[in-house]
Design a protein around this ligand. Structure first.
Ligand SMILES: Cc1ncc(COP(=O)(O)O)c(C=O)c1O
Length: 318
């Protein structure tokens, strides 16, 4: 069980799941999946860890809540909306959308949690990291603390660094692994400095290593870390029929992953193992970063069927 800040966030529980796969048997590699579950589905995985210090800081600074940024189907926005509601904080989101659609399931959920939504077209949204743009928004929301996109800041990484991903039920892992997009989760795992760290990029973003470096605590030694960019496929949120089938196969052993983050990254890990990139006897730990709410958005856009939505979300489990 992890330290819970004063804000009313749910308690998070760590759960380990051993993956079975012919590739693992063939290469004599162990792969443990680490889940981090809270009472709120949308605040599971890396979300709770990345948000807790932001919300604690908002409360300690006497702020009324937070404002943040995300895409129209963003897991981060759902997590902020639900965690703020639970903590009695207000939430405001700047959403990337050329054609705003308030009926999409992610934004519906956010609104139900009380989040106030503003829309930015793609070119305005690109300004989200610029200091003068942020300071203009900060002037508009003097009572709200800015949380960067994905919750990826030094505070976000600090929360992630509290999670022990190395001590699996079968012994210490050699390498800890996660899906990487805005880099905060990876930075937190690196700053713990207790194993080699591998991020599997799920976005095409050449600036990702620099973003991660910026989030590491200055002056503290870090161990070996890499970002693998071989599995982004056609880009963020794009996936092949083979990847979707992989997610279905995982669901058969009650490991529920989606093809945008966790499924894409896990499929990449198994490809690396199949290519002999980990010696026999390796023990790997993969952080399940959550994000199953995104399946509803994939179904809403007709990218997966209703039966895949139910299967991959775990709703068909007996
Ligand atoms: C489900 C899921 N996994 C992984 C990530 C990647 O985390 P990060 O943006 O910290 O790299 C995200 C984005 O927050 C996510 O929603």
């Amino acid at each position: 069980m992890l330290y819970s800040p004063k804000v009313q966030l749910p308690v998070a529980r760590q759960r380990w799941q051993a993956l079975s796969h012919t590739i693992l048997l063939r290469h004599q590699v162990q792969l443990w999946i680490c889940h981090l579950e809270t009472g709120l589905a949308s605040v599971s995985g890396n979300k709770w860890l990345k948000l807790k210090y932001h919300l604690t800081n908002a409360q300690a600074g006497g702020m009324k809540g937070v404002f943040t940024f995300g895409g129209a189907f963003s897991n981060h926005l759902c997590a902020v909306a639900a965690a703020c509601r639970q903590s009695g904080l207000a939430s405001v989101a700047y959403v990337r959308a050329d054609k705003p659609d308030l009926a999409n399931p992610t934004l519906q959920f956010c609104q139900q949690q009380g989040m106030q939504l503003h829309f930015l077209d793609r070119s305005s949204y690109r300004l989200r990291h610029q200091a003068d743009f942020i300071s203009r928004l900060q002037q508009q929301h003097p009572q709200l603390l800015m949380v960067p996109e994905g919750g990826s800041s030094a505070d976000g990484a600090r929360g992630v660094a509290e999670l022990d991903l190395v001590t699996t039920p079968d012994g210490l892992a050699d390498t800890v692994i996660c899906a990487t997009a805005s880099g905060g989760t990876l930075a937190g795992m690196i700053s713990r400095n207790d194993a080699a760290v591998l991020g599997i990029a799920v976005v095409k973003d050449a600036s990702l290593p620099a973003k991660v470096l910026q989030l590491l605590p200055p002056g503290r030694p870090v161990g070996q870390w890499t970002i693998n960019t071989d599995f982004t496929g056609a880009g963020y949120a794009r996936f092949s029929p083979e990847l979707l089938q992989f997610c279905r196969d995982m669901a058969q052993q009650r490991l529920y992953v989606e093809p945008v983050y966790t499924g894409k990254a896990l499929h990449g890990v198994l490809s690396l193992i199949a290519a002999g990139r980990f010696p026999a006897g390796s023990r790997l730990s993969f952080f399940h970063t959550g994000g199953l709410q995104g399946l509803q958005g994939l179904h809403y856009r007709n990218l997966i069927t209703a039966s895949d939505l139910a299967l991959l979300s775990g709703l068909m489990a007996g």
